[in-house]
Design a protein around this ligand. Structure first.
Ligand SMILES: *Cc1c(COP(=O)(O)O)cnc(C)c1O
Length: 418
């Protein structure tokens, strides 16, 4: 008899975006003619840029020739891409990494989920709350998160981020083995200053804590004072692993490519106190379980570092950030309390008074607001509580739509709210 991994059974079987789809479908049944605009799911909408398309055509043609055919590539990625990463994403910020510290992957979701394989099952983990659900769920699946009660896992330390604390998570007053940070943040769209990030690095060095730093949205940072990488902070090479993705940077959600940085200085301890470098461990893990990202995808990623590619992806990012600006302006002018949206493609909005959770009501305030907006304005947002307990009382809007749809959605919200 094969025994199932029962940790999977602890996962809440409601997946946020499936629940949203269900509610939208229920609405469509009774309102078949309604034209719904989604400012909900975090997928991009604008086409790939021409530099990327040309590189993919060229790579596809190469693959059809005997001399240009590429079979299995290096598990950690081709040097042409890893060199472009070092030269463009790190050197200009004064960060010197070795090429063997870069691991090209098929996107950041896989590695942010897989990385916990490097640490023992009984490490404690800490997350800012609300948060990208992958970090916690991947720990649940191997039994590290404990049991769930009131939406909180018993072995997870939650660091709430809300309007009251300015979305600055408080450094824990005890030691935590592993901490997940994501900046710019999904879902709140907020960023971390260099000073705040330095506090985390210092905490990690002092407490022998490992930081998993998700920088998937770093390309959206507009303010020069905001760090793009945790390695801009001295000492981070000894305490942090960093994740990057081309999904939001260059519209690669359907191409699949990203990378993880595992510095060679980074170690974790055995029970007897011996320090084990994590870079060779991750290399070993990837060689066993991962067979590389496709040659065509890696050539596509390389193309975004060309002069044309850089201009083109910046244009698309500016396009989304223009949406974010208009959303912030309109929503604020209507009296809504909004956060984020200045260095990230997400607006985090506080659910206004009338929708607050009532005693004994099952739908929580963020779900109530979601339904009211859907039925009243035919606009879809994401209930904040889906990202963690501290997300209750907020909803997320994404700036990834077209200008036209975004403007139309704002018009409808304006009419509905009056
Ligand atoms: C979108 C996103 C990613 C990237 O996922 P991919 O697998 O690279 O598409 C990573 N982290 C966060 C927080 C995200 O929102």
């Amino acid at each position: 008899m094969a025994l199932v991994n029962e940790h999977f059974l602890k996962l809440p079987n409601n997946y946020l975006f499936a629940d949203i789809a269900k509610k939208v479908n229920a609405f469509k049944v009774t309102h078949p003619k309604a034209d719904i605009i989604s400012l909900g799911i975090g997928d991009v909408t604008q086409p790939l840029c021409s530099a990327v398309i040309e590189a993919m055509h060229k790579a596809a043609d190469e693959m059809g020739t005997a001399s240009g055919f590429h079979g299995y590539g290096p598990e950690q990625g081709y040097d042409f891409l890893r060199e472009a990463i070092l030269k463009n994403d790190f050197l200009p910020r004064g960060i010197h990494l070795d090429i063997d510290e870069i691991f090209v992957n098929d996107g950041a979701k896989s590695d942010t989920g897989n990385i916990q394989e490097l640490i023992r099952w009984d490490n404690s983990i800490g997350v800012t709350d609300p948060i990208y659900p992958v970090y916690i769920d991947s720990n649940v699946m191997i039994g590290r998160a404990g049991t769930v009660e009131d939406g909180k896992w018993s072995n997870v330390i939650y660091m709430p981020c809300n309007a009251e604390n300015g979305f600055v998570p408080q450094i824990p007053d005890r030691r935590v083995d592993v901490i997940y940070l994501c900046y710019p943040n999904n879902p709140t769209g907020m960023v971390i200053t260099r000073e705040e990030l330095r506090k985390w690095v210092n905490y990690a060095l002092k407490n022998d804590t490992l930081i998993f730093y998700d920088a998937a949205y770093q390309a959206y940072i507009q303010d020069d004072n905001i760090p793009h990488s945790i390695y801009e902070i001295r000492g981070a090479r000894r305490c942090a692993i960093e994740f990057h993705s081309y999904s939001k940077t260059a519209g690669f959600t359907g191409i699949r490519c990203g990378y993880t940085v595992v510095p060679k200085d980074l170690t974790a301890a055995t029970l007897t106190g011996e320090r084990i470098p994590l870079n060779p461990l991750w290399y070993r893990r990837q060689c066993t379980k991962f067979n590389g990202t496709s040659y065509i995808s890696q050539r596509a990623a390389e193309a975004i570092y060309t002069p044309e590619g850089k201009v083109q992806i910046k244009d698309t990012i500016n396009y989304y950030m223009q949406n974010a600006k208009e959303m912030l302006t309109t929503l604020r002018s209507l009296g809504f309390e909004c956060y984020g949206g200045e260095n990230a493609p997400y607006i985090w909005m506080r659910v206004p008074e009338g929708f607050q959770k009532e005693v004994g009501m099952t739908p929580t305030s963020s779900w109530r607001f979601f339904e009211n907006l859907l039925y009243g304005a035919n606009v879809v947002c994401t209930p904040g509580v889906g990202f963690g307990p501290a997300g209750e009382g907020y909803v997320r809007f994404t700036a990834f739509g077209s200008h036209e749809k975004t403007a139309e959605a704002l018009n409808r919200i304006e009419k509905w709210s009056k």
